[in-house]
Design a protein around this ligand. Sequence first.
Ligand code: HEM
Length: 456
Amino acid sequence: MSAPFIPPYPKRHRSDLSVLATLLSARRDLLSFWSEDSFRYQFMRRRMFNRSIFVANTPELVKYVFVTRKDNYESKSPQMRKALEPLLGDGLFISDGETWKNRRQLQNGLFDNAHIRTYSRIMSATAAEMAEQWAGLSEGSTVGVLAEMGKLTSEIIARALFGTQLGVANASAVISAFAEYQAAIEQIHVSNFLGLPEWLPVGGLNMGKARKAAARIHAIVDHIIDQAEHQPHENTLLSELLAANASGRREAISRAGIRNELIVLFMAGHETTANALSWLWYLLSQSPEAEAKLHAELAQVLNGRVPDFDDVPALPYTRAVFEEAMRLYPPVPILSRQAREDDVIRKRPVPAGSLMLVVPWLLHRHRLFWDNPDAFVPERFLDPNARPDKYLYLPFSVGPRVCLGKMFGLMESILAVATLAQRFRLALPAGTVVTHECRLTLRPRGGLPMQLLVRH
Ligand code: HEM
């Protein structure tokens, strides 16, 4: 067996940077200011302006923040809320308290096993359509892997949410307005993790532009809800949400609330998955042994068939490759919360208002908890009796605010990889150095152009 592939990672500083150097570095990239020791430390504190920032960096402390004291660390940071509010309003991702509880209860049932089975048909069919499109390209064509994966995952979530009601024109209008929104708010995301005072004007932030993009998205989604209410419609997440809301089992959500939840699902439901899949293709292209094992599993289990829901338990290596890609490149690499009340952790006071960070980027490569932490080794996820601790490996977060679409994202990724990797390989052009870009999510910089090769 050859040595496992170690993908390049951002420079790790010998010692912690000053406040100013951290800020400057973070403006470019949220992953490059961590020191070598951050991957060993258990609990860290920095002061930024008038606020303390803490990092809970062991499984025990992650459990404390996300489960034991979940009420104290429930709120997303004010900067995060401010950036996303024009688009998401009181939607799940940024709400808390009773609103969050009510919305979450309403939606949990839409992501149970039976529903995932239904959505899995959309996932397999959409991946198979992409395979047909790829088959029409000439051998060795360059494809932008991030854009292709974005097309796939946004198509899947759009069909699951809206069925065919969205239509191609609406879908592309929503997707481009999302991209505009995100470009407008990216700067505030950078500051949000560092707890800059809320009054500080943040360079590059353009809330006017963001609001216009949000209004366009609201109008399209409002129109789709109108149609769904007035016409007999397909069975979609939207129709189920309307039915659950009308069932009278709990306080009904307003029309705007339904729209906000749909937008949250659309936003949260495609970019993260597309990023994770893109990293996976890159890692596979650099790891011939892992790629060969994946191909062997697919040949044995599927023998050229498009996979379905019931095949997934028989594809443990495919799943392990995806999980290992998310360990090395967690799509949401930093989770931030604001402390409601004063607390004390490991004898250190944590004043109300402090930011508490849980950083999958650090935890997933922590020196104390992983063997060969920077190497791509899918086998570490194979033994069902030796799974990494859920408070250590948390690409979907953990606790009550765990990702609502966790099973959805896992299922669509495994089905997509199993469908596409049976027919194609993606090769990195010689001399390409892949680096990352980290804003709200972690993605390959420059869109990851790779060469599409047909497997014979
Ligand atoms: C690989 C794919 C995905 C990853 C890595 C991922 C990751 C995450 C993470 C880390 C959070 C918590 C954020 C925080 O606490 O600040 C989250 C929340 C959420 N995700 Fe995902 N996600 C993925 C796919 C999806 C999909 C496909 C959907 C919808 C279909 C979805 C819907 C949501 C929602 C609604 C929340 C907010 C939950 C709440 O606050 O109660 N996600 N996701």
